[in-house]
Design a protein around this ligand. Sequence first.
Ligand SMILES: [Mg+2]
Length: 127
Amino acid sequence: MIAPEQGWVILDVDGTIIDQNDNLRPYVIQFILALKRDNIHVGLWSGGGAGYAEGIARKWFIDDLFEGFYRKSNAVLEVLKDGVVVIDDEAVVTTGKLIRVPSYDRELHPDDEVFKELLLHHLHTEG
Ligand SMILES: [Mg+2]
């Protein structure tokens, strides 16, 4: 499992779930759905602020999948439960566990499978 049950996974926006042209990264939706099925809370954060993060989610009709939108800061993580996992393309300093992913660029990597691999890792380590 990526995060403990009842834990949180916080996803970054730019370069993590979308590229510079707002293209949604493959398997992001499937990954989030798998986490939610296992009672893991999923949030979205951005250095651009909570409103920006929510706007991107709404643009892709996935805003209902997230339990919160946040401006990137450690204060956010501290109020969430234990076992926070941050998935980010930057080397953010986090109070939780950081899974750093390569930045997404659909033109450079049309067959990007980063979130497919995260999904398979989650499924294979279930229970
Ligand atoms: Mg980023």
